[in-house]
Design a protein around this ligand. Sequence first.
Ligand code: ZN
Length: 423
Amino acid sequence: MTDKISDASELKAIQLEGLKWTVNHAFNNSPFYRRQFEKAGVRPEDIKTLDDLARLPFTQAKHLREDYPFPLLSVPEEEVVRIHSSSGTTGKRKILSYTKKDIEDWTTFFARALRMAGLGPKDRVQIAVGYGLWTAGAGFQAACERVGAMAIPVGPGNLDLQCQFLVDLKPTCICCTSSMALLLGEEIKRRGLSDKIGVKTVIQGSERCSDSMRRAIMEHLGAEHIYDITGLTELYGPGPGIDCHLHQGIHYWADYYILEILDPETLEPVEEGEIGEMVVTTLRKEASPLIRYRTRDLTRKISGPCPCGSIYPRHDRILGRSDDMIIVRGVNIYPGQIDEILSQMEGISSEYNVILERRDAKDYMTIKVERATDGDPGLDEKVRSNIQAQIKSRIMVSANVQIVDYGSLPRSERKSKRIFDNR
Ligand code: ZN
């Protein structure tokens, strides 16, 4: 398979070829996949077009745990050259295996992502993400070297060393999580080092990051661009997608995997542009191929070509997890959607609660939103009706919005609970 793709039909041909290869490979070499296929009553020869993807069974995180320690393994062990693992919050870790070619493929498309972010031999890249079992460090390192940039493998944490290297080595790019970027930016500002560093580009992991946080990071670090890179250990690691310099969605490498956006309840495709769960099928992965793997991440496809000219299709930023979905009057709602609408409104703080109730067999949604610290209570009615109208037009449900005093909603040092389902 080639890496230079000229148009969408060529992309489709690569996808069909890769899909057929993956299905045959998994069926013939992985006892797990063979069992799954047999249960679903489907055989590799049934896959004749891309539409036949829908006939294949889903793979889930629980399967990786059941098939521990080498889940989905589809090659003889002697072909495995490395493993990576993601931290499991419950039970066993997910361990993913890589052949030599898997590592090579990952590096190739990760380098494509870095080139999309404008990186090349003249760049110095401070890699402030985790090394070791985690995929991030190893992935960034290899891709960075592939594009000919200078890798500075600092790893996560260690604020003093990060600041020292930002000043002494003047990296042009820093790779980290958005929380780390903000922390580092604030630290640089606090130490009065803003004029002494040369960061132009920030590449950050797909952790959700609000627009106001983005602005703060750019300002503190003096960066010109922040790129969102996607990543999932099961899908090699970081690098399967990134936004271009126009920042109008994330381009993803459709020649390495097929992305389906499905309703997490019905597992049927959502309408074009609607939010759903990302389900991925790899096209070239040897050691641990993925067939219709449910990532639980939510996003939507962005239709039409990007003005940047790239032929790689786009999806939106990650908008949350499907486990967080709520259903109100038959409409699927994700907290990320409410988050997104509220973060664009003026006069309110970042804190809100959603309360769901059922009366006379009908669902009711109340959204309590805090007024901004310096907000004028005289404007409450205007803000309230504005939010209500936005919710109605963008999520298609009626909500009863209430503006409450700043600081009156509960705060948490951990992840805040915002949804209260009393039905
Ligand atoms: Zn683009």
